[in-house]
Design a protein around this ligand. Structure first.
Ligand SMILES: [Zn+2]
Length: 804
C-alpha cells in the first residue's frame, strides 16, 4: 500500500487550511456555514454511490452547517464540484476506477473540483438464491436441477441493509473514498452510534488538494457481526464507515467446512454410506447434521470435486471450501483408513497427513478444469500441523489459519503461529503462497472466562497484523456480537479495521488521537486504564488485587469528566459493562484458602508404562493426596489415593482405589457412555489457568468419558487423554495421561484438547479428585477436597496443584 500516514495527512491539511488558503485565494466547500460546492453523481449511479453522496452531504452539514446539493448535472452558479463515483464528468477528466480492487479508492483534486472514486457495483444475488426463510425448497429444487446432484444448498446467509436497499456484498469503493475524505476533515467513528462519533465543528471547509490512491493491505476484512439484515442501523453504518469487505471477491460465499454441503442430505447418506466415517461399527451420518467423513472414500473425493466445479460454474465464485465438518478429531475405523493417522504428532497433527492428502487431491483434480479458482481448507484442530507426506501442495489450495491473536502477548504463542505459517508457506509453490486468517474475538461472550473484563489489546493486534501483511489475504473474525460487546471491542475492532487498510501505521499515534478525541479531559487517565488493562487482563481471573487496580484507574478517569458529558457517558458505558467483574472480585476474596495442595512431580516417570498398574518404582517415591467423604470430611469405608507427575506436555495421574475387587459395580465398558455414572468411577475435575473446568471420568473397566463443564456440559469436547485401568486383589487403579495443549486452545479449537499450561506455584491449577462407589445398600462419595455438599462440583473447593 502506498500512502503517506493519515496523521501526517491531517496535519498537512490543517496547515494548508490555515496558511495557504488565504495566500492563494483557495476554493471552499463551505464558508461561514454556507454551501459553496455541490455533490455530483451519475444519473444511473449504483445505490452505494448514491448513499456515498448522502453520507458526504450529511457530514459536511454536521461539520459546517452547510448543506450541499446532490445533483446529476453540474450547475453554473455553484463554484466547486465534488464528484462521487464514476460519472460522465470523471470520464471527461480521465479519472478511472480501474484496478481499484477490494474497496480501494482514489481522491483526485482539481482547481475547483474534487473526485472521490472507487468501484461501485450493486450485488445481484446469483441464482439460485433464497428469497426468504421459507424459500429453501424452491431454491434447492433449482440447485438440484442445475447440478444434477443432491448437494446441500450453498448459500443461505445473504443480508440486505434494510432501508438503504443494498447488500453486504455491494462493492462500495466510492463510499470508502467519501469516508476517507471525511476522516481527513477530522471525523472519527470510534464506536457505533452518536456516542462513538467525533465531528469537528468548523464554518469553513477548504477544497483540499488531496491526491491519493489507497489500496487496502488486506482484501478480506470481515468481522462476523457484519450481517446487514439483523444488526441495528447504527451498527451497520459503523461497519460501512470501517470499510469492511465481506470478501465475495476473495473467498466467495464459503469460509469453512464446505464438505458439509456434500454430506448433509439424506439422499446422500442413503446412497453412499461409505462417504461417512465408521465408528464402533456404525457409519456416522448424524454428527452435527452431516456426520463425519471417511476420507479414504474415493466416491466422497469425486463428489467434492464435482461440488466445487458446480460452485465455480454456477455462482462464479473464486473459492470453495471443501474442509471437513467441525469437531473432526478421530480417525475413521474402516479398513481403508486403518493406520492413516499419526498419534505421535499429538492433538494438533495426528490427522494432518490423512486430511491434507484428501484436500490436496481435491485441489489437484479441480485444478485440471479450473486452474484460476481456489480450494479452501484450514490448518485446524487435529490437522493444524503441516502434512509430512506431501512435498508440495497444489497451487490452488488456499489455506486458512485459525488463531486468537489476543493471546500473542505471550511471545511463545506468537512464535508458534509465526513458525506454523512459515512451515505451511514452505509447502506451497512459491507463486501461490497465500492464506487468510480465521480470527477469534470471543472474549466479550458472557460465557468466556474473559467475559466482562477489559480485554483491550491494541498493541498485540497491531504487531500481529504487521506480521501478516504481504501473504495474508485478510481475515474473518469470529466474534461475539451480543450484549454490550462494543464497550470493550470497539477499540479492538477500530484498530483492526485501521490496520486492515494500513498495517504500516504507528499504533501509539493512533491511540493518542483516540484518547484525545474520545475521552477529552480524561485522556491521560483513560490511557493509564487501557494500558494497564492490556498488560493485565489475562490475570484478572485469579488476581483480585489487579481487579481492584482496574476499577481504581477507571474511577480516576471518570472523576475527570462530568458524568452527563459525552466523555462521561462513554466511560459509563464501559464501567457498566465491567460491573460483573466486581462479583468475581467478591468471589475471589472468599478465595480457596484452606483448600488442600498437591504437588505433581517432574523428572520422574521415565519408565512409565500406561497399563493402569501403579507398579513402577517411581510411583512409590512420590507423594500425593487422599480422599475423604465428600460431605463430612471423615474417612470413607474404602480409601483412595492419587499421585501425579508432569511428562513432556502432559500430566499423568495415578489413582489407587481400595475395594473388594469381587464386588465392583461396573456399569459399562464403553467410552462416552452415560451409564458410567451409574456405577463405580473416579472423576478428575480440572481448572487450568485458561479454563474452568474439565471433567474426566473413568471406571474400573477403563470406560472413559470427558467433558467440558465451562458453559454447562459439553460432551463433544475431547481431552485426547490416554487411559488404562487395572483390577487387582485389593481394588482397582487407573492411570491417565492428559496432554496439555496451550492457553489459546479453547478459543482456537474449543472441542479438542485441554487448554492451559504447566501449573506452577504462582499459576497453579485447581483440581478435585473424586470417587463414587455404588452398592445396593447405598452410595459412597469421597473427594480429595470435600465440598461439604452432596456434590463434587464446587470450583471454590478445588485444591491447588502445581508442578515442582
Ligand atoms: Zn474410512
Amino acid at each position: 500500500m502506498k500512502r503517506s500516514k493519515s496523521t501526517c495527512m491531517i496535519f498537512c491539511l490543517l496547515v494548508a487550511a490555515g496558511l495557504a488558503a488565504e495566500a492563494r485565494g483557495a476554493s471552499f466547500i463551505a464558508k461561514d456555514g454556507n454551501p459553496l460546492a455541490e455533490i455530483i453523481i451519475a444519473t444511473n449511479a449504483p445505490r452505494a454511490a448514491k448513499f456515498a453522496a448522502e453520507e458526504l452531504q450529511a457530514y459536511i452539514e454536521k461539520i459546517s452547517g452547510a448543506k450541499l446539493a446532490i445533483t446529476n448535472e453540474a450547475g453554473k452558479e455553484i463554484p466547486v464540484k465534488i464528484y462521487v463515483g464514476k460519472s460522465k464528468y470523471t470520464d471527461g477528466l480521465k479519472i478511472s476506477d480501474e484496478g481499484l480492487k477490494h474497496g480501494a479508492y482514489k481522491m483526485v483534486p482539481g482547481r475547483d473540483w474534487l473526485a472521490l472514486i472507487g468501484q461501485d457495483k450493486a450485488f445481484t444475488p446469483p441464482e439460485p438464491h433464497m428469497r426468504g426463510r421459507d424459500d429453501l425448497p424452491r431454491a434447492l429444487g433449482e440447485w438440484d436441477k442445475l447440478t444434477g446432484e443432491k448437494f446441500g444448498f450453498p448459500h443461505t446467509q445473504l443480508y440486505k441493509f434494510h432501508g438503504q436497499g443494498f447488500w453486504d456484498y455491494d462493492e462500495r469503493g466510492s463510499l470508502n473514498a467519501v469516508y476517507a475524505f471525511l476522516r481527513s476533515l477530522g471525523v472519527r467513528w470510534y464506536m457505533p452510534g452518536d456516542l462513538g462519533e467525533i465531528v469537528p465543528q468548523k464554518k469553513n471547509i477548504e477544497l483540499p488538494k488531496i491526491e491519493r490512491t489507497v489500496h487496502p493491505d488486506f482484501a478480506l476484512r470481515y468481522p462476523s457481526f457484519m450481517r446487514f439484515g439483523i444488526m441495528s442501523r447504527e451498527n451497520v453504518l459503523w461497519q460501512l464507515r470501517m470499510g469492511f469487505n465481506k470478501g465475495l471477491d476473495v473467498v466467495g460465499f464459503d469460509f469453512a467446512h464446505g464438505m458439509n454441503r456434500v454430506m448433509a442430505r439424506d439422499e446422500m447418506k442413503e446412497a453412499h454410506p461409505d462417504y461417512y466415517a465408521l465408528y464402533n461399527g456404525k457409519r456416522d451420518t448424524v454428527f452435527r447434521g452431516t456426520g463425519k467423513p471417511c476420507l479414504s472414500s474415493e466416491g466422497l473425493l469425486q463428489a467434492n470435486v464435482r461440488y466445487a466445479r458446480k460452485m465455480f460454474d454456477i455462482y462464479g465464485v473464486p473459492h470453495v471450501s471443501t474442509m471437513p465438518q467441525d469437531g473432526y478429531g478421530a480417525l475413521c475405523q474402516c479398513d481403508l483408513c486403518k493406520g492413516k493417522d499419526d498419534p505421535g504428532r499429538g492433538t494438533k497433527g495426528h490427522m494432518s497427513d490423512y486430511v491434507w492428502s484428501f484436500e490436496n487431491r481435491v485441489a489437484q483434480e479441480v485444478f485440471k478444469t479450473h486452474p484460476d479458482r481456489k480450494i479452501g481448507c484450514a490448518a485446524y484442530g487435529a490437522y493444524e500441523l503441516v502434512p509430512t507426506n506431501i512435498s508440495a501442495l497444489s497451487p490452488n489450495l488456499l489455506l486458512t489459519f485459525c488463531q486468537a491473536r489476543r493471546d500473542f502477548y505471550d511471545p511463545k504463542k506468537r512464535q508458534y503461529y509465526a513458525d506454523l505459517r512459515k512451515a505451511w508457506m514452505d509447502k506451497m509453490p512459491e507463486k501461490s503462497r497465500q492464506f487468510w486468517v480465521y480470527e477469534y474475538y470471543l472474549h466479550t461472550k458472557p460465557t468466556s472466562v474473559y467475559g466482562y473484563m477489559p480485554v483491550f489489546y491494541p498493541h498485540t493486534i497491531a504487531g500481529d497484523m504487521r506480521s501478516l501483511k504481504g501473504q495474508c489475504l485478510g481475515e474473518f473474525i469470529d466474534m461475539n456480537w451480543e450484549g454490550n460487546f462494543m464497550a470493550v471491542d470497539h477499540l479492538n475492532l477500530y484498530v483492526t479495521a485501521q490496520y486492515w487498510w494500513d498495517a504500516g501505521q504507528d499504533i501509539d499515534t493512533l491511540l493518542e488521537e483516540y484518547y484525545d478525541l474520545f475521552y477529552g479531559p480524561a485522556r491521560k487517565e483513560m490511557k493509564a486504564f487501557i494500558d494497564y488493562s492490556e498488560a493485565n487482563w489475562m490475570d484478572l481471573r485469579n488476581q483480585p488485587e489487579k481487579i481492584d487496580k482496574v476499577f481504581d484507574l477507571l474511577e480516576k478517569a471518570q472523576g475527570k469528566a462530568p458524568s452527563d458529558s459525552i466523555y462521561g457517558r462513554r466511560m459509563a458505558f464501559l464501567a457498566d459493562y465491567l460491573k460483573p467483574l466486581k462479583d468475581l472480585r467478591a468471589q475471589l476474596a472468599k478465595g480457596r484458602e484452606g483448600n488442600p495442595e498437591a504437588r505433581a512431580y517432574s523428572q520422574v516417570g521415565k519408565d512409565f508404562k500406561l497399563d493402569g498398574k501403579l507398579d513402577e518404582e517411581f510411583w512409590k517415591n512420590i507423594g500425593g493426596g487422599g480422599l475423604s467423604e465428600v460431605q463430612t470430611g471423615t474417612p470413607p469405608a474404602f480409601g483412595t489415593s492419587f499421585k501425579a507427575f508432569w511428562k513432556d506436555n502432559a500430566i499423568v495421574f495415578g489413582i489407587q482405589c481400595r475395594d473388594m475387587s469381587t464386588n465392583l459395580n461396573i456399569a459399562t465398558a464403553r467410552n462416552d457412555d452415560g451409564n458410567l455414572w451409574n456405577g463405580d468411577c473416579v472423576e478428575l475435575l480440572i481448572e487450568t489457568q485458561a479454563h474452568s473446568y474439565y471433567q474426566l471420568s473413568i471406571n474400573p473397566a477403563g470406560a472413559f468419558a470427558d467433558l467440558d463443564r465451562k458453559g454447562g456440559l459439553e460432551t463433544l469436547w475431547s481431552s485426547h487423554a490416554q487411559v488404562a485401568t487395572s483390577i487387582g486383589e485389593d481394588g482397582w487403579s487407573a492411570e491417565m495421561l492428559i496432554p496439555v495443549a496451550d492457553e489459546a486452545q479453547d478459543a482456537v479449537d474449543p472441542l479438542n484438547g485441554l487448554a492451559g499450561r504447566r501449573p506452577t506455584k504462582t499459576y497453579p491449577w485447581y483440581i478435585n479428585v473424586c470417587r463414587q462407589r455404588v452398592r445396593d445398600n447405598g452410595k459412597e462419595d469421597s473427594a480429595w477436597s470435600p465440598t461439604g455438599k452432596n456434590t463434587f462440583h464446587d470450583t471454590l473447593k478445588f485444591g491447588k496443584l502445581y508442578v515442582e
